[in-house]
Design a protein around this ligand. Structure first.
Ligand code: UT7
Length: 327
């Protein structure tokens, strides 16, 4: 038995903010943002909506494409840094209710931008253990709600959106599914990408410094970490699976910064063509970026049965992780 991705879905909000528009409110330029990140625009969640609203649309698409009914789901795992509520109930439970997934457990998972990879790895493990047949893994982020729109170091980088995958037990002999996983954490670097307030260490209090309530990031430190772990993930996953780079059809990285991927590609002497990049359109949507990319690749007919896909991510925690998938 193998755990396969049976259906992918995604959703991005309608509202677009271009670099030029941002440059009217903060001291930046379209040229700087493109040159340093590859980003051209980002989507912004509608007023009154929250992470679960986007997730439900992505989830419905994934279920439809997988031809799995909500009542057939055994579990919903939601990766998000921007849950509907800061502590509880879990966003996964809101999704479970709205979908009508009556026989499903539900929990949230906090692994920053690596959340979707963590979710797929956990789903695979539970399916291989034999107790679960269909698991919905969701990545959904309303990062615009925790972004300081006055801080040019961060506000140009992020966007909103959601993606979802139905992971199911595959008993065919075609060996299509998630072949290898790798999950890692470097908690020592946690302070370089965090939202300081809102937890038990620094609860929200009236009059607190608003900067504490937003994303804060040491961009250079995260950049260095990201380039380093991209190369570790690619090398380690290939070695674990006894495969060569030429066997891989596409590398689908977390879309954080095009320059991170360029630098990793150079270090490994991999052509940039091997990587699927769509950061120009959506900016960094954290745990949603990989399923949004996979869905877009499906739409463009870039994913074919039997293709080997390597996907990888890095982010808050600090965390990193990757998967090798036979599509
Ligand atoms: O999903 C994981 C989450 N995060 C990441 O992956 C982010 C990782 N880091 C990065 O992508 C890059 O480090 C950034 C895009 C954040 C920054 O790019 P950089 O090329 O590393 O710039 P830098 O930090 O070296 O800063 C260069 C200068 C600074 O000015 P000074 O101090 O040299 O005068 C910044 O103040 O660029 C300035 N700067 C900007 N200028 C115009 C920073 N942001 C902007 C901006 N517009 N938006």
């Amino acid at each position: 038995m193998i755990a396969e991705i049976r259906g992918i879905g995604s959703f991005v909000p309608e509202k677009i903010i271009t670099n030029e528009e941002l440059a009217q409110t903060v001291d930046t330029t379209d040229g700087w943002i493109r040159e340093h990140t590859g980003i051209e625009k980002r989507r912004i969640i509608a007023p009154g909506e929250a992470a679960s609203d986007m997730a439900i649309r992505a989830a419905r698409m994934a279920l439809e494409r997988a031809q799995v009914g909500p009542e057939e789901l055994d579990l919903i795992i939601t990766a998000t840094a921007t849950p509907d509520y800061s502590n509880f109930p879990a966003t996964a439970c809101l999704i479970q209710h709205e979908l009508g997934a009556e026989h499903s457990g539900a929990f949230d998972l906090a692994a920053g931008c690596t959340g979707f990879i963590y979710g797929l790895s956990v789903a695979r493990g539970m399916i291989l253990a034999g107790d679960y047949r269909n698991i919905l893994v969701v990545g959904t982020e309303a990062l615009s709600r925790i972004t300081n729109w006055q801080d040019r170091n961060t506000c140009v980088l992020f966007g909103d959106g959601a993606g979802a995958a139905v992971v199911s037990a595959n008993n065919n002999q075609d060996n299509r599914g998630i072949l290898q996983t790798m999950l890692r954490s470097e908690g020592a670097g946690g302070e370089h990408l965090m939202r300081r307030a809102g937890g038990s260490r620094m609860p929200f209090t009236p009059g607190m410094d608003p900067a504490e309530t937003f994303i804060s990031m040491n961009g250079r430190r995260v950049y260095g970490f990201a380039v380093r772990v991209c190369t570790i993930l690619i090398n380690s996953l290939l070695r674990k699976a006894n495969l060569h780079l030429r066997d891989i059809k596409h590398i689908v990285p977390h879309q954080a910064n095009e320059r991170i991927i360029q630098a990793a590609a150079e270090r490994l002497s991999i052509s940039l063509d091997k990587f699927y990049l769509n950061i120009a359109e959506y900016a960094n949507t954290s745990s949603a970026s990989i399923p949004i990319a996979l869905r877009e690749m499906e739409e463009k007919d870039l994913l074919h049965k039997g293709d080997l896909i390597l996907t990888l991510a890095f982010g808050a925690g600090l965390t990193y992780g990757g998967l090798l998938i036979r599509w």
